[in-house]
Ligand binder design. Structure first.
Ligand code: ZN
Length: 343
């Protein structure tokens, strides 16, 4: 499964430009689905089984990124942020600009500390004051490399293995959710009903793809598969930690947009207990997942979100534990098998 996560992380795709990761997912799912299609806005929908209950799994395919906004006469590239960035971590980052002639490497430059004013040293640089240096010396040279306004930019870093079962990379939010969904579809046998595995678009910029896909499929229940904050690091109080690495996947009980449906809560909690899969409960004031808007679709569709704990969320060095990833796969499979008792 690590190889699958690596393939997904290396499929450069930001919100609105999900084609590359969708192709990887389609290729992984095609032999394990009865039907597979891409809808009008770009969501990938793979279907397996028949009849009731109709269970929809949803994993967003997009990750944070940037977009070319302006090219300076001297050859520097100004950019716009796409998604929920922490602007403190942008300077010094390596990036890839995806232009018409393929990928161009660059770095986000900044003033050296030697020439910083006193006030500048104290406050983080704003993204709007930063630029990408691709080695070009003129606007003409940038354009010749195939770069133009509107091109998307991804982080360059890839996937690495750390000690034990820990892995690190960018875009684990939500390539890990995508990997969990793919693995569930590959292994799922002997269940009642229909499972829809949906790779959604543009979650990071407003939970966009889930709305139309859940409306169209009209399932009995939706389970979003995503990542969440693991705050088991120094300087984060236990009360703010949300989840811990290695203690199992987390069920969202409350997030910024609402509280979980009671029947879904019962279904997931009882399934975890019955099958002895560790489960953490996530209660937080910020953040949301695709599941958050599902109760507002049609006459209301029950939903929940099963998230894999991830440290340094939304940074280029997110860390997860393969034990949690594997337990998330097991839990979702068991939930699907027992779904007919609840929906
Ligand atoms: Zn996410």
């Amino acid at each position: 499964m690590e190889k699958l996560i690596e393939r997904l992380v290396n499929a450069d795709s930001i919100s609105g430009y999900e084609e590359t990761v969708r192709d990887v997912m389609k290729n992984e799912l095609k032999d394990y689905a009865d039907e597979i299609r891409v809808d009008k806005v770009g969501n990938l929908i793979a279907k397996k089984g028949k009849g009731s209950p109709k269970i929809m799994l949803a994993a967003h395919m997009d990750e944070l990124g940037m977009m070319v906004k302006h090219i300076e006469k001297e050859g520097f590239v100004r950019f716009e942020l796409v998604g929920g960035w922490d602007e403190r971590i942008i300077p010094g980052m390596r990036v890839k600009i995806h232009g018409s002639k393929g990928c161009v490497l660059g770095v986000i430059g900044l003033k050296p500390p030697h020439i910083l004013e006193k006030e500048e040293q104290k406050s983080p640089v704003k993204a709007k004051d930063l630029f990408i240096d691709i080695g070009a010396q003129s606007e003409k040279e940038v354009k010749k490399a195939g770069i133009s306004v509107g091109d998307f930019i991804t982080r360059d870093g890839g996937f690495i293995k750390l000690l034990g079962s820990r892995i690190c990379g960018h875009g684990f939010d939500n390539r890990i959710g995508c990997a969990v969904m793919i693995e569930v579809m590959k292994r799922l046998k002997n269940f009642k009903g229909t499972v829809y595995a949906v790779g959604t678009v543009q979650e990071e910029i407003g939970l966009v793809g889930i709305r139309g896909s859940a409306f169209g499929i009209n399932p009995d229940v939706v389970l979003a598969l995503d990542t969440t904050i693991a705050g088991d690091t120094p300087e984060i109080r236990a009360s703010e930690a949300v989840t811990r690495l290695g203690k199992g996947p987390a069920l969202v009980i409350k997030d910024a947009l609402g509280v979980i449906n009671s029947q879904v809560r019962k279904w997931v909690m009882e399934t975890a207990k019955k099958t002895k899969i560790p489960l953490q409960y996530e209660v937080m004031s910020g953040g949301a997942t695709d599941a958050s808007v599902v109760p507002m679709i049609r006459e209301g569709i029950p939903s929940g979100s099963i998230n894999v704990p991830t440290r340094y969320l939304h940074s280029p060095v997110e860390i997860a534990d393969m034990k949690d990833v594997k337990n998330a796969v097991k839990l979702v499979m068991e939930c699907v098998k027992l779904a007919n008792r609840y929906f």
